[in-house]
Design a protein around this ligand. Sequence first.
Ligand SMILES: [Zn+2]
Ligand SMILES: [Zn+2]
Length: 396
Amino acid sequence: MPGPSMSSQPALDTANKNLRDGVNRCAKCGSTEVRLRPGSGRLVCLYCRFEWDEERVEEAFGLGQGIQDLRGTVVASGAKDIAAGTDEVLTLKCGGCGAEVVIDTGHRLNARCHWCRHVLSVNDQLPNGAVPDAVLPFQLTHAQAVEKIRAFAAGRRLFAHARFKAEFVPENVVGVYMPYMVVDGSASAELRGQGEVQTARYTRGNDKEKQTYYDADVYQVGRKLDFTVDDLALESSAERARFDPRANTNNIINTILPFDTKNAVRWNASYLAGFTSEKRDQDVAALQPALEQQLLSIARAQVRPSIARYDRGVRWEQEKLDVHGTRWVSMVLPVWLYSYYHVEGGRGMVHYIAVNARTGETMGSIPIARGKLLLAALTVGTILESIAIAILMASS
Ligand SMILES: [Zn+2]
Ligand SMILES: [Zn+2]
């Protein structure tokens, strides 16, 4: 049981000690041709067809337990602070032939030795944030993702440019592992404000100028609650986490939450062979404000049933959050991504359609024709709402 600690020292060592940097061999035949078997979420040896899974981190590190009793900040070893100035480019010595092979860990954690064809993998937890504590393997196949994207675009044909359909290239649908921090927490919140109950409603004036009035009783309302969150997912790449739909459509990833993070498994770089990955660039401290914001919105949502009698609503004027303890685990989550470059009014923009490679949830920012700006605004509202729903689902 991890004791109280406010430091960022790793309290949970998640390094996969069975694996080393370099050749990742099949336990049955020794081949390095190990991959994720499409559609299964399992690893398979391409030579002898032996299949296996890494252990779920939930059980391996007791992540489902003791959330209520969390105190201080518990940080798993793959989520520890990124050392400043650490190189993203790693040179591995090939275990097959001794050649030196360079891997750009910002995008990839496997490479093939160009001399002996062995597949080399990065498994050690580097100080640059590239190797997380856990990985949630791709479940949807490439073909299934292409179908989801086609269906999504077809269902919104009215808003999309005809060119989009004409230029859709399934080969450009790529699998990317996105970096997230997955947080458990124990907190208390105190909300204070004013609630109104309507007592009468009437209209005054003539037909030309009619005004509606109401009478209401005003109450001081206060709520206090203790609550826990289990597996709250926070984006840990600064660029992806920026939330401004007008400037940036990358945040589309947040709209395909939640992921079944309970099924994430211990790190093995072979899960990433054939996919690209993005490196985490945010530390625990940098994500604290985002966490606190989400905890407050969970608190507001949890007290909502208890304020139903204030039929004209409650305006919270003071909100106090007390975080007793948190536990941070870094993960990469699987996303099929289709990007589409589109020029409108002389300005080039990249739009995305993203598919959750576990649930099939699909969302996109399809280029919108001029004259449909009002619809665009409505779409943004829907996205914001779906984020709130994702948060609630993560907390239940
Ligand atoms: Zn094998
Ligand atoms: Zn080699």
